[in-house]
Design a protein around this ligand. Sequence first.
Ligand code: ADP
Ligand code: ADP
Length: 224
Amino acid sequence: MSELNLILLGPPGAGKGTQAERLRADFDVPYYAMGDILRAAVKEGTELGREAKEYMDRGDLVPDDLVCRVIVDRVDSAEARDGFVLDGFPRTVAQADALAGAVASLGRRLTAALSIEAPDEDVIRRLSGRRMCDKNGHVYHVEFDPPKNEGFCDQDGSVLVQREDDREETVRHRLEVFHDQTKPLIDYYARQGLLRRFDGTRAPEEVHGHIRATLATLRLEEEL
Ligand code: ADP
Ligand code: ADP
């Protein structure tokens, strides 16, 4: 089987985590979500967590050198031998260059950059209603994807919380950061012929169907 080295791009709230959860069920490759890794580090009080916290609370990006180290180690691990799905990394051109270097040094290449796109008004509405389970980060929405028992995760029963950085002022700042620092990556990957774009305003199942169809085509092309 060919490798599957994927990255998910998109503004906060576009549905990257939601789609990643579905891709994990489709393909047996590890999933690395930078936000989840950083939140776990903050909770555990590791050095990475202590350094990252103030940036995350403000809705700013954590410095490139801190996040690059984490991802380069993951990509170079035995479990990622057949591929990986990266969610929320890269978010700057410097991070994209670091990832390109890491992948090339392993003699591999990216399969595709999946860009999930949605306008600011939609993502603001999504993030204000987003709830996350305290234990494993499973994602819900009070209106669009409510859990069966209000306030509790369907999958592990843990309590659902609103992320501190999902409050409206911080969300607006995170969107500015996205437009300023992450959006240039859309051109970056388009120039390399790796970009695949998806309409993130569609229902989750529909977005997932489009991604699956695109990946199936890419794999067929690879085999030809
Ligand atoms: P991201 O990882 O890009 O920040 P999430 O996957 O966490 O985005 O989704 C943000 C919020 O929007 C969550 O509350 C999620 O339940 C909801 N959501 C995700 N995809 C859709 C969709 N296609 N339509 C409506 N709501 C969605
Ligand atoms: P969302 O799901 O809303 O897109 P994430 O959970 O991916 O948000 O990220 C939450 C926060 O973690 C970001 O606002 C930022 O402070 C930090 N972060 C996540 N990924 C990166 C990255 N690649 N570079 C720098 N900071 C990051």
